[in-house]
Design a protein around this ligand. Structure first.
Ligand code: HPA
Ligand code: ZN
Length: 332
């Protein structure tokens, strides 16, 4: 199964670029920027990656991001991730970035977007990995801050295809961001949101009904509401499920307890993704392998995750056809 997964062309739809910051690069950038980390070495960083919940992860994730100061830092971060994509046979990726994590520290928006976008261009030319960017608003901050962020991003509109919503979910419902999502919709941006990771099933409903999102990031708690499950099945809204993330953040205690089999049994449109791979112990192949082994999934189901992601991606019909043809070659 490992060989099959490694050989399968894949598409990633849920990855935070700040969550791909490996401890080794964190140390290199800290040194380059004269920043002192609260860890003596890489092994201490890795030892700190034991999380009780989403917030305990976010505290370290935002702390780690403090080493990112210059355009080149964002380039190096993104380039390292795209190399991992190539190694894992990920042919296309839609990357979240969190501008407020950086602008709140005084880092200019242009440094963030320029560095990431330049790496994406090189990734396409040199690695054959295509990518798009999705700007995420931090939901623990105000809607005014999100509105300001979107306005600051508009001069760079050609560099991103959509907006999303991440960070601390509980107590920060989608409806808090109705206006900024309406603004994004008006300018033709794609819309996604994290919902139903730690927050209740009702947040998934809100994301659909009030934000008009096209995909739900995570969404695993939908199973708490049978009517919502039926709606997701009938509408075919894609869920970007992140198995290793869900275990690391204790949404499920073990991979065997993950509700993926239930989601599949309900006929939902499931994709598999890595979320914050440097923090959660694995990139795409590791996530695919974890669920394949835990649930003894067959090849058709595994290839189905790739096909679902290809169909759910915000790409041209031409690119979609090419990606499906690549999957056809291994899934005959
Ligand atoms: N959930 C919410 N916010 C995040 C996550 C996540 O899994 N990863 C990075 N920011
Ligand atoms: Zn996420």
């Amino acid at each position: 199964m490992r060989d099959y997964i490694e050989g399968l062309p894949k598409v990633e739809l849920h990855v935070h670029i700040e969550g791909t910051l490996e401890p080794e690069l964190m140390f290199r950038l800290a040194e380059r920027n004269g920043i002192t980390l609260p860890y003596a070495d890489v092994s201490q960083v890795k030892a700190a990656y034991e999380f009780d919940d989403l917030q305990s992860f976010l505290d370290l994730y935002y702390q780690g991001a403090c080493v990112l100061l210059e355009e080149q830092d964002f380039y190096d971060l993104t380039w390292a991730y795209l190399q991992r994509c190539q190694a894992d046979n990920v042919r296309h990726t839609e990357i979240f970035f969190d501008p407020q994590t950086h602008t709140e520290r005084g880092v200019g928006f242009e440094k963030v977007i320029r560095g990431i976008a330049r790496a994406c261009l090189d990734g396409e030319r040199q690695l054959g990995v295509t990518s798009e960017l999705i700007l995420c608003f931090l939901r623990h901050l105000s809607e005014e801050s999100a509105i300001d962020t979107l306005a600051a991003a508009m001069p760079w509109r050609e560099h991103f295809i959509g907006v999303g919503l991440d960070s601390a979910e509980a107590g920060n419902p989608p409806e808090k961001f109705n206006r900024v999502f309406a603004e994004a919709r008006e300018v033709g941006l794609h819309l996604v949101a994290h919902a139903g990771e730690e927050g209740p099933a009702d947040y998934i409903r809100q994301a659909l009904d009030e934000l008009y999102v096209e995909r739900i990031d995570h969404g695993v708690r939908c199973t708490e509401d049978p009517a919502l499950v039926a709606r997701l099945r009938d509408s075919g809204v894609p869920l970007t499920v992140c198995p290793l993330s869900n275990v690391k953040l204790r949404v499920f205690d073990t991979i065997e307890q993950h509700n993926l089999p239930r989601l599949l049994h309900e006929g939902l449109n499931i994709t598999i993704n890595s979320d914050d791979p440097a923090y959660f112990g694995g990139y795409m192949n590791a996530n695919f392998l974890a669920v394949a082994e835990a649930f003894d999934l067959d090849r058709a189901t595994i290839a189905g995750f790739s096909r679902n992601a290809i169909d759910a991606a915000f790409i041209s019909d031409e690119r979609r056809r090419a990606l499906h043809a690549a999957v056809d070659e291994v899934d005959t």
